[in-house]
Design a protein around this ligand. Structure first.
Ligand code: ADP
Ligand code: MG
Length: 234
């Protein structure tokens, strides 16, 4: 009994180890996320622009695609740096290549994520929560929007809340990321009836209701790409 118990120990550890192999997000996983995001934004360029044509100036798809193509081009040059430096480069690239409101806002999101992950070569779930929270705080400071104003925050904030509850419940990293993606999807859909209080859509007043916010949609694409990328690559 005692002997078989001792034998089972390492075997059991191996099984658990396999099932929960992905406990951190490596540098290369961050790069895969950014590439996956660039592909998703390019594939949804027309869709994002169509959403922005209903309540804005029909450039969100073009903006995001341009910004993330520029990010993709920078990735080979920064892949060997720490995660904080990679994310700061993403932020600076978005600020310098994307016009409109979303360039500085997404730029700040990534710059702040980079600031709190400075020097890190991998991220745990708590690190990712800290990063997303810092990014969201930066977006809120810059854009002065609150939850319910019909912006990207309405997708990002529920995603952060879901990550925190998943972590508190002891969820695995891939499961927490998927729960976060699902919460951001719901937050994105919940922007449809809202009246915009920030950005170009706010000029429409009540007429902005009945349309999904473009920025909440692109934020959901980023978090969906994270859940995809980080369930496959450790
Ligand atoms: P612009 O509105 O300058 O044309 P984009 O079309 O690229 O820029 O981005 C529009 C998106 O930016 C909106 O759908 C919204 O989600 C987001 N946004 C606009 N203003 C703010 C703000 N103050 N805070 C957070 N997000 C904002
Ligand atoms: Mg626009």
């Amino acid at each position: 009994m005692g002997c078989s118990g001792q034998d089972a120990g390492p075997a059991l550890e191996r099984v658990i180890g396999q099932r929960e192999a992905i406990v951190t997000i490596s540098r290369s996983a961050v790069i895969v996320w950014l590439k996956t995001s660039a592909e998703a934004l390019a594939a949804n360029k027309d869709y994002l622009t169509q959403l922005d044509s209903a309540i804005g100036d029909a450039d969100h798809g073009v903006n995001m695609e341009r910004g993330f193509q520029a990010v993709s081009a920078k990735l080979p040059g920064v892949a060997s740096q720490d995660i904080g430096s990679i994310l700061k480069t993403v932020g600076m690239t978005l600020i310098s290549t994307v016009g409109g409101a979303s360039g500085p806002l997404y730029g700040t999101l990534f710059m702040q994520m980079g600031a709190v992950t400075a020097g890190k070569l991998e991220l745990t779930l708590p690190d990712w929560i800290t990063a997303l929270e810092a990014g969201i705080d930066g977006v809120m400071r810059l854009g002065k929007a609150n939850p319910g104003d019909k912006t990207m925050l309405d997708s990002l904030i529920p995603a952060l809340a879901a990550l925190k509850s998943a972590a508190a419940e002891g969820s695995s990293l891939p499961s927490a990321l998927r729960q976060s993606e699902q919460a951001s999807r719901q937050g994105m859909l919940d922007t449809i009836p809202l009246v915009a209080r920030k950005g170009q859509a706010s000029y429409l007043g009540e007429r902005s209701a009945g349309h999904q916010d473009p920025g909440a949609t692109s934020s959901h694409l980023l978090l969906d790409a994270a859940a995809d990328a980080w369930s496959k690559v450790g």
